[in-house]
Write a protein that binds this ligand. Sequence first.
Ligand SMILES: [Zn+2]
Length: 76
Amino acid sequence: MLQKELKKTPILNFAQLAKMEKYGKLPKGFIIHHKVPLFRGGDNSFSNFRVMNSKFHQKYNKRLHWYDDGKNIYEK
Ligand SMILES: [Zn+2]
């Protein structure tokens, strides 16, 4: 399950969050993923953003973006 893998990936710690707030930049190794990709009709609203470990994003690129209809990991 992709959700299980996602839970095991590194997340931002408090120091990184504080730096992010101060400098307005994501720490190295993290990216913004669109829960619903732009090419699938997603938008740039904050509710569609997820901070994600970039290695996880790269490794599971296909499953995060090219999933079958109705199989987005954020859909319930
Ligand atoms: Zn993405």
